[in-house]
Design a binder for this molecule. Structure first.
Ligand SMILES: [Cu+2]
Length: 431
């Protein structure tokens, strides 16, 4: 499940994205003082989704966050419309979000741009592991066009996609099974436990019995004998409930079965979308995790390209349940005006004498020496975004990685390339 932009009112022609942008949604650009207006259509087949802005200002209506607004079990609460949050957007449904770009969202004085992001917030972990994350850039007033013209800009998402936690895990497991009939891996699920997808109306056609093939410790029988028959209770989705009963182990171990009778607080329109998305997850025991940057692993990304001496902005962000460390070879960067530059004479292929520095790296060509300060790191916590400015002085093809060692081992490695002088195939900046 990915955010994608469209250029037409029928949502049939996708807006172009750079290939290296991978799983990220469209980059939303605005300037301080703007109002961002988004027509959001959910084209998923079963699951709910929203867009929640990380950084812009919103009213309650535009929050794009689906969370319980009442915690008393068994009570149906109808909030005043001014306080009501549009619930998770059902498949085929749509909403218009309006986000205001206030001063706080802008970059610090003297900088042209600031990194922000957006994501789906029905069931946060399950939505984002399915792929629903995108980048936002906020420019200082009047700086969008000149910055886009004079910088290479690269949103960069650090994310460990746990396929087990995706709300599509059950569908993915079923798809894998259908493609490989002989596969008998340890996956949970009924294949139809992701809810009806028919909006707030309950579906009566659920057949989501937990798989009899689920391993021990996974699906648990429903021992619920609660006979509560209030309105909210009677409106639960049989499919979602069945899916919830097959809710098995997650990344942190087994959560056990959801007792759906404890989820009736607040509005049905609030908890039902969450239950649908939750029920779609944790149905694919043994599903892989992908330690990715923009969805790419082990440097299988389309290379981030720039010309020598280009000005570059990396809009870095981390999502998920791990902190990461941005680290690049060959060049350095500035963060909030603090310089972590490389010192390079490596602009041309011919041999250049080595510089004095904190560290000396020998390029693989053996013909060119480059000194790089060892401080070209930036820690990024989950949900955090950092705007890093780089002057591309070190030509060559280099790594940009996560320097958490285990993450690097598992694939959090991408490549970028600074083309040598006179050899850059890209249109020149400022042209
Ligand atoms: Cu990492």
């Amino acid at each position: 499940a990915l955010y994608r932009g469209y250029t037409d009112a029928t949502f049939s022609t996708k807006s172009p994205q750079p290939p290296w942008q991978g799983t990220l949604g469209p980059t939303l650009r605005s300037e301080v003082g703007d109002m961002v207006e988004i027509m959001f259509v959910n084209k998923l087949s079963k699951n709910y989704a929203t867009m929640h802005s990380m950084g812009l200002a919103y009213s309650k209506y535009d929050e794009g966050s689906d969370y319980p607004n009442n915690t008393a079990p068994g009570q149906q609460v109808n909030l005043p419309s001014a306080e009501a949050v549009p619930p998770g957007i059902a498949p085929g449904d749509c909403v218009v979000y309006k986000w205001f770009v206030d001063d706080n969202a802008g970059p610090p004085a003297g900088q042209p741009a600031a990194a922000h992001s957006y994501h789906s917030y029905v069931a946060l972990q399950q939505d984002t592991n399915a792929g629903l994350i995108g980048a936002q850039i906020v420019y200082a007033p009047g700086q969008m066009a000149p910055t886009m013209a004079n910088y290479r800009e690269f949103p960069l998402l650090y994310m460990i996609y746990n396929e087990m936690d995706s709300f599509l895990s059950g569908q993915n497991a079923a798809a894998l099974q259908s493609k490989n009939p002989s596969y008998s891996g340890p996956w949970y699920g009924s294949g139809s436990g992701s809810g009806s997808g028919s909006g707030a109306a309950p579906s009566g056609s659920g057949s989501g019995a937990p798989s009899s093939g689920a391993p021990s410790g996974g699906a648990k029988p429903n021992t619920n004998t609660n006979t509560n028959t209030n309105n909210a209770h009677s409106r639960r989705s049989p499919q979602a409930a069945a899916g919830a009963q097959s809710y098995g182990g997650g990344e942190g171990g087994s959560y056990g079965a959801i007792n759906t009778d404890t989820l009736y607080s607040g509005n049905y329109s609030v908890w039902h979308p969450q239950l649908v998305n939750l029920a779609g997850a944790n149905q694919f025991m043994g599903a892989p995790s992908f330690y990715s940057m923009n969805g790419y692993i082990f440097a299988n990304n389309p290379t981030y390209e720039m010309c020598l001496n280009d000005k570059v902005i990396w809009y870095t962000m981390a999502y998920g349940s791990m902190s990461h460390v941005f680290h690049m070879h060959g060049n350095g960067f500035y963060y909030n005006g603090v310089g972590m530059p490389s010192i390079s004479e490596c602009s041309l292929p011919p041999v250049v004498p080595p510089n004095i520095g904190l560290a000396i790296l020998n390029l693989s060509s053996g013909r060119c020496w480059l000194t790089v300060r060892s401080s070209s790191f930036a820690g990024i916590n989950d949900g955090e975004m950092k705007t890093l400015y780089m002057n591309a002085t070190g030509a060559g093809k280099w790594q940009v990685i996560c320097h958490v060692h285990m993450h690097q081992t598992m694939g959090m490695v991408n490549n970028y390339q600074v083309h040598f002088a006179g050899q850059c195939p890209l249109p020149a900046l400022g042209s």
